[in-house]
Design a protein around this ligand. Structure first.
Ligand SMILES: Cc1cc2nc3c(=O)[nH]c(=O)nc-3n(C[C@H](O)[C@H](O)[C@H](O)COP(=O)(O)OP(=O)(O)OC[C@H]3O[C@@H](n4cnc5c(N)ncnc54)[C@H](O)[C@@H]3O)c2cc1C
Length: 382
C-alpha cells in the first residue's frame, strides 16, 4: 500500500490549485481521468471563464464572504499570472485566457502539478475508510494510506463512502441547467436576445434576469435560463413557470401603439410580425393568442391588439423538468459543517474543496472562483 501524508482525490479545478498551494512535500493526487483538470477544457464553451472581476457574494447560494477574504479574485488572478497565464476580462467582468482556449488554463496547471506531486491518473476511488489517525483510500487499481485527505472530486461523486464515514450531505440536484417544457414545440434553435425572463418555482418564489434565451426541442436554454434554473434546483424539483417579455424596453401601452400602427401593413396575421420576430416566434405568438392567422391586420380590434401585446410581453411556459448536462450541482457538504480551513468539523484531517461543498453560483466564472478559493484555502492548511 502506498503511503502519503496528503492525498487529494480529484485533480480538477479545486484539486489542482490545492496541490499547487500546499507546502507539504509528501502529496499524491488521484483522478479517474487520464489528464489533469480535463473538465476545464469544456468550460466557458471551450474558452474557460475562470473568474469574474465583478464577483459579488450574492452570486452564490450561500455566504462565502469569509472565504473570499482569504483568496479573492485578485489573488486568483495573481496566482494564474504567476503560472504564466495571460487573461482579459470582457464587458461583464468575465475573465478568460487571452488565448481564448481553456487548454491554456489546463496547461499552466498541469505543467506545475506534474513537477510537484505524485499523480495517479486513470484511477477511480471507490472506497474510503478511516483507520485510527489515517485514511485508507481504495481505487480500482491500488490502495493508499494518508494522514490528511482532501476530497475535491466535483459534484456527486464519492457520496456513498463518505456517508459511510459519517459525512453529511445536502442532496445533490442539477443546477445551471436547461429547463424542459412539454409546451415548447417547433421552436428549436430560435434565439431571442435582450429579453426579460421571470422564473417562478413551485414555492411561488420568483427571479428575473435580462439576456438571451435559446429555444430547444421541448425546452429552454441559454445563460439566463441556466441562472434561473438555480431557483428550481433549490426547491429540489423542476416545476414552475417561465415568463418571457420579448420586448422589455416597450411598455405595454407603447407596444399596443406599435401594433396599432402595424395594422396598416394590410397583411394576413401570419405576416403581421414579419420584420419584428423570426417566423417561428411569430407563429408561436399567434398560436398562444389563438387568433385566426387568415385575418387581415386591418380587421384587428383593440381587444385582439391588447391580447397580442400581452402575449409578447408575457410568453409563458410551464416547466416540467430539466435536461441532463448540468454545469454544476447544488447540494453537497454544508459550509456550517466545515471549519474556516474547510476541514470537516467531526472528522479531523478530512478536507473538502470545490463543487462537493454546498456552494453554487450563477454563470460567469463564479463556480470556478469557488473552486480556486476553496482549493487554495485547503492547500494552505495542509
Ligand atoms: C460544460 C460546463 C461548462 C462550465 N463552464 C464554466 C465556466 O465557464 N466558468 C465557471 O466558473 N464554471 C464553469 N463550469 C463549472 C465548473 O466546471 C465547476 O464548478 C468546477 O470544475 C468544479 O471544480 P471541482 O474541482 O470541484 O470539480 P471538477 O473540476 O469537476 O474536478 C473533479 C475531479 O475529480 C475527479 N473525480 C471525481 N470522482 C472521482 C473518483 N471517484 N475517483 C477519482 N477521481 C474522481 C474527476 O475526474 C475530476 O477531474 C462549467 C461546467 C460544465 C459542465
Amino acid at each position: 500500500m502506498k503511503s502519503y501524508e496528503v492525498l487529494i482525490i480529484g485533480c480538477g479545478a479545486s484539486g489542482s490549485i490545492c496541490a499547487l498551494t500546499a507546502q507539504n512535500k509528501n502529496i499524491a493526487v488521484i483522478d479517474s481521468q487520464t489528464k489533469v483538470a480535463k473538465k476545464i477544457l469544456a468550460t466557458g464553451n471551450g474558452r474557460c471563464n475562470l473568474t469574474n472581476i465583478n464577483l459579488e457574494d450574492k452570486s452564490y447560494n450561500t455566504e462565502i464572504k469569509s472565504y473570499l477574504k482569504k483568496f479573492d479574485v485578485n489573488k486568483t488572478l495573481n496566482f494564474f499570472s504567476s503560472l504564466g497565464l495571460e487573461v482579459y476580462a470582457d464587458e461583464e467582468g468575465r475573465v478568460y485566457p487571452i488565448s481564448n482556449a481553456a487548454k491554456s488554463v489546463v496547461d499552466v496547471l498541469s505543467n506545475r502539478i506534474e513537477e510537484k506531486v505524485d499523480l495517479y491518473l486513470g484511477q477511480t476511488v471507490g472506497d474510503i475508510e478511516k483507520q485510527d489517525n489515517n485514511f485508507i483510500v481504495k481505487t480500482d487499481k491500488e490502495n493508499f494510506l494518508c494522514k490528511k485527505l482532501v476530497v475535491s472530486s466535483g459534484g456527486n461523486s464519492l457520496i456513498a463512502p463518505l456517508k459511510k464515514m459519517g459525512v453529511e450531505f445536502k442532496d445533490f440536484y442539477p443546477s445551471l441547467v436547461a429547463l424542459k417544457s412539454k409546451e415548447i414545440k417547433d421552436l428549436n434553435g430560435v434565439k431571442v436576445s435582450n429579453v426579460l425572463v421571470t422564473a417562478t418555482n413551485s414555492l411561488g418564489e420568483t427571479k428575473s434576469e435580462v439576456g438571451e434565451v435559446l429555444f430547444k426541442d421541448g425546452g429552454l436554454s441559454g445563460i439566463v435560463i441556466f441562472n434561473l434554473s438555480t431557483l428550481f434546483s433549490r426547491t429540489q424539483n423542476y416545476v414552475g413557470k417561465i415568463q418571457i417579455d420579448l420586448l422589455p424596453n416597450f411598455t405595454k401601452e407603447e407596444l399596443i401603439n406599435k401594433l396599432e400602427n402595424r395594422k396598416k401593413l394590410n397583411v394576413c396575421l401570419d405576416k403581421f410580425f414579419t420584420g419584428m420576430f423570426v417566423p417561428a416566434l411569430s407563429n408561436e405568438i399567434l398560436k398562444q393568442v389563438k387568433i385566426n392567422t387568415n385575418l387581415n391586420s386591418l380587421k384587428l380590434n383593440l381587444n385582439q391588439i391588447e391580447t397580442l401585446a400581452k402575449t409578447i410581453k408575457n410568453l409563458t411556459y410551464n416547466i416540467d423538468g430539466c435536461f441532463e448536462n448540468n454545469q454544476v450541482f447544488s447540494g453537497g457538504v454544508d459550509l456550517s459543517l466545515l471549519t474556516d480551513s474547510l476541514m470537516y468539523k467531526d472528522i479531523k484531517n478530512l478536507y473538502f474543496a470545490g463543487e462537493i461543498c454546498n456552494v453554487d453560483g450563477v454563470c460567469g466564472g463564479f463556480n470556478l472562483q469557488w473552486a480556486w478559493t476553496s482549493g487554495h484555502i485547503v492547500g494552505e492548511n495542509l
